[in-house]
Design a protein around this ligand. Structure first.
Ligand code: PHE
Length: 450
């Protein structure tokens, strides 16, 4: 008997737990800022609805219909070899994501630690401009310091993956995720009362259509897929645990809306703060944005340190539930393909990350940040290749398989729970999965290179 999720809330919460992570809180605001604010938001929302949700439904259908992991589900449905080799791309993408995700999780750990000891707020003089930028930039400038934190997070991951306290972590996250949500609402309330909040809201919500370029569209697509955990087979695996009564379209909608809401809340917190504290310009944008802006917001709240500890603690848990689900892709691959024991597979997947994440951490530091590939640091290059290239390509093949090659009537059976419920959106979804998604994702990808 295959394990099943115990309750409806549990299965939605677990899927949301994988989706909500650093992608929403750290990556989304940085991408929105770099890609023109509201114009990016608009494209991102369009990508979530038009492409993200249909791809998610396809992954769910594949997993629940195939009753196995990413590769096994394809096989169980009778797919021939080239189809399940799409799984190889997923393994590659997930590993590339792990390399830089671990580094950001390491930054989060450092900020949690500095919040607890109070050193984050020591010697902060509000007369100097952007004091937290100086702190953050000083921190990542020192590649060794950033690496040490990454190792701590890596060790935490290995511990959880080896000792199987995953269930505990997931239970923890079921409590902490709603708490994170409430916390963000509070911060949003505070951010919106800042002096220049309206300028921030304007940047985030009032689109300047001239900012839309093929590259911005690709970035929005990548962000949507990254944030929804698509294209990596994780949702296939999760859905294989869904009971036959789960309504897949409704679950996909709930997960996507919650995930999007967290991202939008973050935008409503970050951009008022960016405008009020004048946090734009060289060294203030990009990967460090959240770590520079949020402490500013906390200093404007009574009980600064407490809010700071709470936030970075919750962010750490959100990051862990995501790193664990991403790591599982490579670990399951090693276990199944090479018949390795759990311990060996965990160590073989995780130990090389010591080297790779060190490279990523150092690539953001002072000594190596001028090593660039097409203008990007190694960290950003890995992110770009995995998020903007591998995830969309994987999703195209997934849609083509589900839309055209899966057993006849398969998608219909999954969407209607074998005829138990009616699916009003079946025809629309099938149309998107067959035509719109492969063509549109393909065009967006090609658009960047011509
Ligand atoms: N969706 C997660 C986030 O937003 C990251 C992730 C990607 C997790 C892919 C699993 C798979 O942080």
């Amino acid at each position: 008997m295959k394990a099943k999720f115990g309750s409806k809330i549990g299965l939605v919460a677990a899927t949301v737990g994988s989706a909500v992570g650093l992608g929403n809180i750290w990556r989304f605001p940085a991408e929105a800022q770099a890609n023109g604010g509201a114009a990016f938001l608009l494209l991102y929302i369009a990508c979530v609805f038009l492409l993200g949700i249909p791809v998610m439904v396809s992954e769910f259908a594949l997993g629940r219909g195939g009753q196995s992991d990413a590769v096994g589900s394809f096989k169980n449905l009778g797919a021939s070899k080239p189809w399940w080799s799409v799984g190889a791309l997923a393994v590659l993408a997930s590993y590339m994501i792990l390399c830089f995700y671990m580094v950001v999780a390491g930054w989060t750990f450092e900020y949690l630690w500095q919040s607890i000891t109070g050193s984050l707020y020591d010697g902060i003089d509000s007369a100097t401009s952007a004091p937290f930028a100086a702190k953050m930039n000083g921190f990542i400038a020192d590649g060794w310091n950033a690496s040490i934190n990454t190792y701590i997070v890596l060790a935490l991951n290995i511990g959880i993956l080896l000792f199987g306290v995953r269930k505990g972590i997931e239970r923890l996250s079921n409590i902490m995720m709603p708490l994170l949500f409430i916390l963000l609402l509070v911060f949003c309330g505070v951010a919106l009362t800042l002096d220049r909040a309206s300028d921030g809201v304007e940047f985030f919500l009032n689109p300047d259509f001239s900012k839309i370029t093929p590259r911005v569209a690709l970035n929005a697509l990548g962000q949507a897929f990254f944030s929804l955990s698509l294209g990596m087979g994780i949702l296939i695996t999760y859905a294989s645990y869904y009971p036959p009564t789960t309504i897949l379209t409704r679950t996909a909608l709930t997960v996507s809306l919650l995930d999007m809401l967290v991202a939008i809340l973050m935008g409503m917190i970050i951009f008022p703060a960016v405008m009020t504290f004048n946090l734009t310009g060289e060294g203030l944008e990009g990967a460090s944005l959240v770590f520079i802006t949020l402490p500013e917001v906390f200093t404007h709240m009574p009980g600064t340190q407490l809010w700071s500890i709470l936030f970075f603690l919750l962010l750490m848990v959100a990051a862990l539930t995501s790193t664990i689900s991403i790591s599982e892709v490579s670990i399951a691959f090693l276990q199944d393909r090479f018949k390795l024991s759990r311990v060996k597979a965990v160590l073989m997947a995780m130990l090389p990350l010591i080297l790779f994440s060190t490279i990523c951490a150092y690539s953001q530091s002072d000594s190596f940040s001028d090593i660039r590939i097409a203008g990007m640091t190694i960290f950003d290059t890995l992110d770009f290749l995995a998020t903007n290239i591998c995830l969309p390509i994987g999703s195209i093949f997934l849609c083509i398989y589900v839309g055209w090659f899966a057993p006849k009537g398969f998608l219909y059976r999954e969407l209607t729970n074998d005829g138990d419920v009616t699916s009003h959106v079946f025809n629309v979804l099938l149309f998107i999965v067959r035509y719109v998604a492969p063509i549109l994702i393909g065009l967006i990808l090609i658009g960047v290179f011509i």
